[in-house]
Write a protein that binds this ligand. Sequence first.
Ligand code: FES
Length: 117
Amino acid sequence: MQSFDTGQTFVVGRIQDLRPGDCVSYELPDGNELALYNVDGEFYASENSCPHRGAPLTEGVLCGHIVECGLHGWQFDVRTGECLTVPDRIKTYRVTIEDQLVVIHLTADDTDKKSGF
Ligand code: FES
């Protein structure tokens, strides 16, 4: 089967650099920011801007699979992007581990947009 991957991949660090329960931001070459989460050894990524007022989610609190925005407390499931507080969501990205490196995969849709991924 052929695969047509027109998106982009980014190596964002080594797995040992992000401890379980931590989250960090990663700036893409276009200036957009992602949030990377380590949930008990599983890595997840999302946009880093809260849809409420734009606070960086990496400045919130990660508790299990839930990140809580530090500004007004909206909660998001980092696995799906679903907001648990209001009917909204954040965009999530596929993450793989390759040779101990954390790799984020953006689709063509993600990279074609000028703002908000
Ligand atoms: S900016 Fe995130 S809840 Fe208000």
